[in-house]
Design a protein. Structure first.
Length: 340
């Protein structure tokens, strides 16, 4: 998902505690897909309640968010609205990938290859409208603010960061830089030990911070040229040029200056380039939003998770205590600022 600029963009390793007291706009769909992909049983089956309803997204939201709040981070969840029409091709391709992965998952299970089965299962994740509604309900019960974007949630989070309403946009995708996020935080909601697919190797995943201005400076290009570079590689709105990766695209843009001159040199064309540029430069965003944090609705969270979806009450209670402690700390910091 998204544009991968890892080969040319330098990220600074961080700890969760580095963002203490910061407000961070979290790309909700991106984060929920992560939870659905990685929170699974050894055979690849997602977490489910007694009714057979998937609960991986709710599990991730509760426990990972509680950890963020315990570290002093103030999350705001930003939800996608209507995707741009140019994204239809990408959505169709992703559906085809999921269908193929589902077949391969079943084949791996029949062969008894659990590592392969889990690897394939992670590619089958589907975020349904019911899951979105459940997630919004839990976020509200946790007392956290939400923003409903009219279009891409990543664009909304990026604009909020550019306005200074939040410290950073949090997403796994580098697209946030193309949307103008001054600061991007990656790995925020997947921090911890993770097993590499099909390998008996574990790695420590830590947050990464990417600054737009320093990135553009080190690459020697403008944001508009970064967008053109993205179009050469391929975005959610176009397929890109075969054989062109981040390094080749960067060299082309620095040599030619613009996308049009680069494609002329290559003897190719990129359809809808002007429209795609506008998606990144002037995306539809919501301006009427309120960022307010409330106390956790303890009974409401337990009713949703424990009574309706069979979560362990003891584990849910521990998570609630973390969030409640974070809320008390937030109020104390506000008082200190007021009387300081």
């Amino acid at each position: 998902m998204g544009l991968n600029l890892g080969d040319i963009v330098k990220a600074t390793p961080r700890k969760l505690e580095d963002f203490r007291g910061k407000v961070v706009a979290v790309d909700a769909f991106n984060t929920l897909y992560q939870f659905l992909a990685i929170i699974r049983q050894p055979d690849g089956t997602p977490l489910m309640d007694r009714h057979g309803e998937v609960t991986s997204h709710l599990s991730g939201l509760l426990y990972r968010t509680a950890n963020l709040m315990q570290s002093g981070i103030n999350p705001v969840f930003v939800f996608d609205g209507e995707p741009p029409k140019l994204k239809a091709r990408t959505i169709k391709k992703r559906a085809e990938v999921k269908q193929r992965a589902e077949r391969e998952w079943k084949e791996a299970l029949e062969e008894g290859d659990l590592p392969k089965a889990k690897s394939k299962a992670m590619q089958t994740s589907r975020l349904t409208q019911e899951m979105v509604v459940q997630s919004k309900r839990l976020i509200d019960l946790m007392g956290l603010p939400m923003v409903q974007a009219p279009g891409e949630g990543e664009a909304q989070a990026s604009v909020m960061a550019a306005k200074g309403d939040v410290f950073a946009a949090a997403s796994q995708d580098y697209d946030s830089l193309l949307f103008g996020a001054p600061t991007l935080i990656r790995n925020l909601t997947v921090t911890g030990r993770r097993k590499l697919p099909r390998k008996n190797v574990y790695i420590d995943v830590e947050p990464e911070q990417v600054e737009l201005d320093s990135t553009l400076g080190s690459l020697g290009i403008t944001r508009e040229q970064l967008i053109d570079l993205g179009l050469l590689i391929g975005t959610d709105f176009n397929e890109g040029i075969r054989g062109i990766g981040p390094k080749k695209a960067l060299n082309l843009i620095k040599e030619c200056g613009t996308l049009e001159k680069a494609t002329e040199k290559l003897g190719v064309q990129i359809e809808d380039a002007t429209e795609i540029r506008e998606i990144f430069l002037t995306p539809p965003t919501e301006t009427d939003y309120s960022l307010q944090w409330r106390d956790v609705d303890i009974d409401g969270v337990k009713r949703l998770l424990c009574e309706e979806h069979d979560f362990s009450e003891d584990r849910v209670t521990v998570a609630i205590e973390k969030m409640s402690e974070a809320a008390r700390g937030r109020r104390q910091r506000s008082l200190d600022q007021w009387f300081g």
